[in-house]
Design a protein around this ligand. Structure first.
Ligand SMILES: [Fe+2]
Length: 576
């Protein structure tokens, strides 16, 4: 039986394909359309999913959409009516999405040429998030915490999973949303909602949270019964939607918004620090309540706010739960797979037989395709040396230790927002200037953003203050004090690192590269950043990798076993 899950019309459209209870693929539409966070109907992703399992879309048995337009209809209507005429803006801003959803059956039938045999389901949004983390985990029982901007009506869902069922203990509904507050302040700071939140998290350690923390504690209050409540007098989004986030009170408190790309003054850094601190406090508070209520020592996290790897890391390191599983596509892209499991396990009552062990679930390319791409894209071969090698991981490790910047394109593309060693740009973490060099020559991104360390899974505890695996770069740990001097390029200004632990079984080539790098340097860590340049999605095709290689300061590109080297390279060591 084939089940397709997908999301669209919000942000991060994606599709996932399941056969008989096993997840076989997931890909985000942005990788095809080359536009970050794209929300349109994911026709390319759906086609890829079907091609991948060798069926036509019309042969799908079930399709699950990540949203139930009928959910909480009365509550939504009552809210809008109660706040008329102010709520006209919200009605307009949500109108397009709702209208597209109402047409969804027709859209599916037309785009996929369905002939009537495929059953279409509309799944509750937070159950898709919850299912994506819990039903694919190795846990029989675990607490579940799903926090995002907003689903149909709910903005946070707290409960637990038991076997194939997920029970809700508490939910917070619109407009009481941690994700919307974080997204709103992200906009205030000059970045985009549902896109720039990670930048704000990276900026926060540069600021002083003490300056505005009381204002954020007044804005988001916690209550003894485990709830949080946003003081909506700071905001307008509840009436006008995202076109008008703030009330006068917000600007009176925090001053004028920062213009995009303008100077980042201490004022804005301090706002980001306080926002981040309050988000961590409230997330920890919710997690503690959930632990108390369930008595369970494991938790599964999902929802866009759970991309906040600093908050997630604290939930684990501060012992709120002993084990923490975070869905790597914690954003809405992950609901594509969550919808499949919600249908298979919870609705159809099928036993669980799949454990999510790695994120390498996207498209892969054959040797012939690599070769063809090289032939077509590298027009002037005298500037690029091309060879096929037997031991790419060892060669790459050696080049990294010589200070070269490497494009590393291997195997199946990762799902989720992070590059996990298959569509990555790699560099030497020991070189202090590497961060600036990468920004200047390749990534062209904000200088304050940290680069992440990939580390051999067995070695995490020797370098960080927590030894728990972090395979999806979604938990932040402290770099041990005595180790910071060895890996300056991946140690953030506050001494932390967004850890990516690499497992031998799930990525043997990348594991081999790290092992060789350790043999050469004594450091089992490389700097890993996503294979893209600023503003573009991660590369999907070999052609895109070559284009990025040719047009940036990447020194060497590894396409599987093909090695493309520029004749003139300038290494970090040359510059130091
Ligand atoms: Fe969501």
């Amino acid at each position: 039986m084939h089940i397709l899950g997908f999301d669209c019309y919000g942000h991060d459209a994606a599709a996932a394909i399941m056969r008989d209870g096993k997840l076989l693929g997931l890909v985000e539409e942005e990788r095809f359309l080359r536009q970050k966070h794209v929300a349109s109907f994911p026709i390319h992703s759906i086609r890829w999913c079907c091609d991948h399992v060798g069926i036509k879309p019309a042969e799908l048995d079930h399709i699950v959409y990540y949203w139930d337009p009928r959910a909480a209809r009365l509550a939504r209507a009552w809210f809008l009516l109660r706040h008329l005429p102010k709520s006209i803006g919200l009605i307009k801003s949500r109108g397009d999405k709702e209208a597209s959803m109402l047409r969804l059956r027709k859209t599916l039938a037309k785009q996929l040429q369905l002939d009537g045999r495929t059953v279409i389901h509309f799944a509750p949004h937070h159950l898709c998030h919850a299912a994506s983390a819990f039903l694919t985990s190795a846990f029989d029982k675990a607490a579940i915490l799903s926090i995002d901007a907003a689903g149909e009506w709910d903005c946070a869902w707290m409960g637990y999973g038991d076997g194939i069922d997920m029970k809700c203990l508490r939910r917070e509904h619109f407009p009481n949303s941690l994700g919307l507050v974080y997204g709103a302040v992200t906009e205030f700071l000059g970045y985009r909602f549902a896109s720039g939140e990670g930048k704000v998290m990276g900026l926060a350690p540069y600021g002083d949270p003490g300056r505005f923390i009381q204002q954020f504690r007044d804005m988001i209050k916690t209550t003894p019964d485990g709830r949080y409540g946003v003081d909506m007098s700071y905001f307008n989004y509840q009436y006008h939607g995202r076109s008008n986030w703030f009330s006068k009170k917000f600007f009176d408190t925090f001053g004028p918004p920062r213009k995009p790309a303008s100077e980042l003054t201490d004022h804005y850094k301090d706002v980001s620090a306080a926002l981040q601190m309050r988000t961590e406090e409230v997330g920890l508070y919710m997690a503690k309540w959930l632990r108390q209520q369930t008595g369970l020592n494991k938790v599964c996290l999902a929802g866009g706010v759970c991309l906040n790897s600093v908050m997630n890391g604290r939930i684990l390191r501060e012992g709120v739960f002993d084990e923490v599983v975070v869905q790597p596509a914690a954003n809405d892209a992950g609901t594509a797979l969550g919808g499949c499991f919600w249908l298979w396990n919870t609705v159809m009552r099928k036993p669980r037989k799949y454990i999510f062990e790695h994120a390498y679930l996207g498209p892969a390319w054959s040797d012939e395709q690599y070769e063809r791409a090289v032939r077509q894209e590298i027009k002037s071969k005298h500037q690029v040396e091309i060879e096929k090698v037997k031991d790419a991981p060892s060669l790459a490790a050696s080049m990294l230790s010589d200070g070269k910047i490497i494009g590393w394109f291997q195997g199946r593309m990762e799902m989720g927002p992070r590059a996990l060693g298959n569509r990555s740009i790699l560099a030497d973490p020991r070189v202090g200037k590497m961060k600036d060099l990468l920004n200047e020559r390749v990534k062209f991104r904000e200088s304050f953003r940290p680069f992440a360390p990939s580390i051999l899974e067995e070695k995490i505890g020797q370098w960080f203050d927590c030894g728990y695996p972090s395979p999806y770069m979604i938990l932040v740990y402290n770099v041990l004090l005595e180790k910071r001097k060895y890996i300056p390029a991946v140690t953030h200004v506050d001494g932390t690192g967004r850890v990516h632990s690499v497992n031998r079984k799930h990525n043997p080539r990348y594991y081999g590269l790290l092992t060789e790098f350790e043999r050469l340097t004594g450091v089992p860590i490389v700097l890993n950043t996503s294979f893209n340049i600023r503003g573009q999605p991660v590369v999907n095709k070999p052609e895109q990798a070559i284009e990025c290689f040719v047009n940036t300061g990447i020194d060497v590109l590894f396409l599987g076993d093909y090695v493309l080297s520029k004749q003139v390279v300038s290494t970090a060591k040359d510059r130091n």
